[in-house]
Ligand binder design. Structure first.
Ligand SMILES: [Zn+2]
Length: 75
């Protein structure tokens, strides 16, 4: 059985914040300037993963754990 590539169903995607119609390759909403990801099956754009926030969260936890070790557990 041949494997068919899934056809792109949407020609536009909607901003997840304000539902403004955007071109499929848009990275940012023209209307509300929210960052938008690739189109989801329902025609809305996905919210892009905020890697910087994830990274900041991990770094702040690492600093906190290091501080606890430094302040209380050091011999
Ligand atoms: Zn928008």
């Amino acid at each position: 059985m041949p494997l068919f590539k899934r056809k792109q169903l949407h020609t536009m995607k909607r901003c997840p914040e304000c539902f403004y119609e955007l071109p499929l390759n848009a990275k940012e909403c023209i209307s509300c300037h929210a960052r938008v990801g690739p189109v989801a099956p329902d025609g809305r754009a996905k919210r892009p993963t905020d890697w910087i926030s994830y990274l900041l969260c991990i770094v702040s936890w690492a600093v906190f754990i290091f501080y606890v070790w430094w302040a209380f557990l050091r011999t």
